[in-house]
Ligand binder design. Structure first.
Ligand code: 5GP
Ligand code: ZN
Length: 114
């Protein structure tokens, strides 16, 4: 997708701190971390938001959620816990229109969110 910053990150046109990559997904560190660990997990196929999740291959959805506990383990946040967040649309606080899951951990996170 032209002009999508996350598609550009996948292609290496915008630099990022890559954490993990497979044929279907890309994981990198958020540029403005909201916690000591703040990763973004994205499918390589451009879909806009959670509203379009059903157009993703279920294998990719499965892979995203399989990799999250592995990333948590690797980053030392499995035991104390972490949060997985998807912001959808303007009311959800979504600022980048390429679906992404935030993995946040390394500090006690407040609830409810703002
Ligand atoms: P959203 O607000 O859409 O749920 O999350 C978008 C996230 O992308 C934000 O946490 C923001 O800091 C991050 N972000 C935006 N632009 C870039 C970028 O160019 N590089 C990286 N690594 N993260 C970005
Ligand atoms: Zn994109």
């Amino acid at each position: 997708m032209e002009n999508c910053i996350f598609c550009k990150i996948i292609k290496g046109e915008i630099p990022s701190k890559k954490e993990y990559e497979s044929d279907s997904i890309f994981v990198f560190h958020d540029i403005t971390p909201q916690a000591p660990i703040h990763l973004l997990i994205i499918p390589k196929i451009h879909i806009t938001s959670m509203n379009e999740i059903n157009s993703l291959d279920p294998k990719v959805i499965h892979e995203i959620f399989q990799v999250i506990p592995k990333l948590a383990e690797k980053n030392g946040i499995s035991e104390k816990g972490y949060r997985v967040v998807n912001n959808c649309g303007s009311h959800g606080g979504q600022t980048v229109s390429h679906i992404h899951f935030h993995l946040l951990g390394g500090r006690h996170l407040q609830w409810p969110p703002g």
